[in-house]
Design a protein around this ligand. Structure first.
Ligand SMILES: [Cu+2]
Length: 310
């Protein structure tokens, strides 16, 4: 009797695939008002942007989907790789271990202008061990994958035969057809008292009063979809886009080639906010909000979703 099953090695990376299960919804293209004049300077000014028809993933890429990718390709993510000593001249060799940034709640109130109080670099934290080596994905198959750097998201998309959205495409999709609205569901933060997304409830970064009990990421599709049928565009995890980071006036709808060689300090736009966005601290759980993230950095609150042209 066979003692085990050997799966055939899969080596095709980059070709369009038909065996990748993917729930995507059509998002009709058009012209919309991008950005906001009412919150943070990096979102202004409001300007018209035009995007084409797209098929957009219903929700961020989950741990289960990312596991299929890794199983069939053997891909190793950036946070799982040993840092190159050449990039960290001052570091002790013993400190050059793989790892990632993990949100760590504090015991009480702390000054909110110092992110090092609640972000810890944890050796051997990675997508399979979101809080460090002792943690697992048990019970989190349907949570968004986290601890993925930009090139990890690109590698997944290449394998699946899809791509990341540009910032304009992402924002258009996230707005769900509500042109100019503050949130993905309208202008009220909590219409009729409903919790609309996995963002921070309570005093940041120590008091968790989330009515659904989520401490970190949540399973996708737990909160209402937007008008296009897209889930988790707000909160849960920030999502990588393919757009380079710059001021909006310089790069209104910039999209640089994804294959271009990345430098360590290159930044890409992330969108959507995360479970750590709190009204008292970070009002970025809105489609217009944006941040620039260095391409090799990974955290416990950044993931991605994919799109394809239709
Ligand atoms: Cu935020």
């Amino acid at each position: 009797m066979a003692s085990g099953i050997t799966l055939p090695a899969m080596t095709t990376v980059g070709a369009a695939r038909t065996d990748v299960r993917r729930a995507a919804v059509p998002v009709p293209g058009g012209t919309f008002r991008m950005g906001s004049d009412d919150y943070y300077p990096e979102e202004a000014p409001v300007r018209d942007a035009t995007v084409g028809d797209l098929l957009v993933d219903e929700h961020p890429v989950t741990n289960a989907a990312f596991r299929r990718f890794v199983k069939s390709t053997g891909y190793v993510t950036v946070p799982e790789r040993t840092p190159d000593a050449a990039d960290f001249a001052d570091a002790e060799p013993a400190d050059l271990v793989p790892g990632s940034l993990v949100f760590t709640p504090t015991d009480g109130a702390v000054p909110l202008d110092d992110w090092t109080r609640w972000w810890r670099w944890v050796p051997r934290a990675d997508w399979k061990h979101p809080e460090g080596p002792a943690s697992t994905l048990h019970g989190r198959d349907l949570h968004p994958v986290v601890h993925v750097a930009y090139e990890d998201a690109i590698a997944y998309a290449d394998w699946a035969g899809v791509r990341l959205a540009t910032e304009a495409e992402w924002e258009h999709a996230a707005r769900g057809g509500l042109d100019g609205a503050t949130f993905a569901w309208g202008d009220e933060p909590e219409p009729d008292g409903r919790v609309m997304a996995n963002r921070w409830y309570g005093r940041f970064p120590w008091e968790n009063l989330h009515r659904h009990g989520f401490q970190r990421t949540s399973p996708v599709k737990r909160f209402p979809p937007n008008g296009f049928g897209l889930y988790d565009v707000t909160g849960n995890v920030w999502e990588w886009t393919s757009s380079t980071w710059g001021s909006t006036s310089e790069h209104p709808t910039c999209c640089s080639p994804e294959s271009a060689l990345l430098r360590e300090d290159d930044r890409r736009v992330i969108k959507g906010g995360s479970h750590l966005c709190a009204p008292s601290y970070c009002l970025r759980y809105r489609p217009a909000a944006r941040q620039g993230q260095t391409v090799r950095s990974s955290t416990s609150h950044i993931g991605f979703r994919c799109v394809s042209d239709c």
